[in-house]
Design a binder for this molecule. Structure first.
Ligand SMILES: [Mn+2]
Length: 339
């Protein structure tokens, strides 16, 4: 089977799925919402939008993440209510998982949950939900959920919801600079601005409220970036010891992966962060010409063509050479011509 029927099925699933999710939300019960590990602007902006929606429908939202919320997203409504936990008993409630390709990707040991809605835009999603809403053509789940509000809850799009979904789309498209900045992403964004999103205000909160410690860590990180002997692969590493020295947490490295990629001549980049001794969270990025997801998959993770990742144990230097080797194999001319 070619790729088209699969994509069509996913879009059909998406439209059906949103109708089913709308019904679940209108039941006005309790809904548990969990994001993925190290939740980002797309995940948290969308979580905030659902939080607002459920409250305005008279329901009770419970918000969960496995990691502390990065400070620059704390202004989003609901973020103060998020429970940071590694296990949660849902008590039979319906569950909504945001950008989790598997239930485990929430980073939370979830138990005793009822109807499960799986909302994602990553192509490696495993369709584990009772409702699966997956569209790998979407820039962000923020874009998908904007369409959902437009279809089912247009009178519930308050300026607060518009701001939150604007943050989701803006952060996942790199401020409308990545190749996922589609016509649909932009028309969803236009709709949000019409509905009251204050673009200048939210972007100032997301991008211009950095802690001085984060900026200093970034300075140290930038001066340590390396480029391989071909000039095509940039690498930056943050070690645990450096986080401690600069009084930072993993959340302070948000978007660091953009810098080794942003070098002239670089086709793909590696950002490695040590999350526990000798265990690294690896983020691979490309500018679109190269792909990075096969390397990520080979090393135990997954993701998109231009943005993928995995977690791995080992010595940083050895891991870097293994990743570089894999990226080259994935993208060298001789291999490309065989596909
Ligand atoms: Mn996303």
């Amino acid at each position: 089977m070619g790729s088209h029927p699969v994509i069509n099925n996913r879009i059909a699933d998406m439209e059906n799925g949103f109708g089913m999710l709308a019904k679940t939300l209108r039941k006005q019960g309790e809904l548990v919402i969990a994001g993925h590990r190290n939740a980002d602007g797309d995940c948290l902006g969308t979580m905030s939008a659902f939080y607002n929606l459920i409250l305005s429908l008279g329901g009770k939202p419970t918000l969960l993440t496995s990691d502390p919320i990065p400070e620059n997203y704390l202004f989003l409504p609901g973020m103060g209510q998020v429970q940071v936990c590694d296990a949660y008993d849902c008590g039979g409630c319906a569950l909504l998982l945001l950008e989790c390709g598997t239930v485990e990707r929430s980073g939370i040991s979830l138990s005793n949950y009822g109807e499960t809605t799986n909302l994602d835009h990553h192509p490696d999603n495993t369709f584990y939900g009772s409702i699966n809403i997956v569209n790998s053509d979407a820039s962000s789940i923020g874009e998908m959920v904007t369409g959902f509000f437009k279809s089912f809850f247009s009178s519930e799009i308050t300026p607060e919801v518009s701001d939150a979904l604007y943050v989701a789309i803006h952060t996942d498209t790199g401020g409308f600079s990545y190749s996922n900045t589609s016509a649909n992403a932009l028309s969803a964004t236009e709709y949000l601005v019409v509905k009251g999103a204050d673009a200048g205000k939210v972007c100032a909160k997301v991008y211009q409220e950095n802690r001085l410690e984060r900026i200093r860590l970034m300075g140290h990180f930038l001066s340590g970036i390396q480029v391989d002997n071909t000039g095509k692969i940039g690498t930056g590493i943050i070690r645990l010891e450096e986080l401690v020295r600069y009084h930072c947490s993993p959340a302070d490295t948000d978007n660091f992966s953009a810098y080794p990629r942003g070098i002239r001549g670089v086709k793909a980049s590696i950002f490695m962060m040590e999350i526990s001794p000798a265990v690294f969270k690896v983020s691979l990025r490309s500018k679109g010409e190269w792909s990075v997801n096969l390397t990520a998959m080979k090393m135990g993770g997954g993701g998109h063509r231009a943005a993928a990742g995995f977690v791995i144990e080992g010595r940083a230097e050895e891991l870097v050479s293994e990743i570089i080797q894999n990226l080259k194999e994935e993208n060298e001319e001789s291999n490309l011509s065989h596909r």
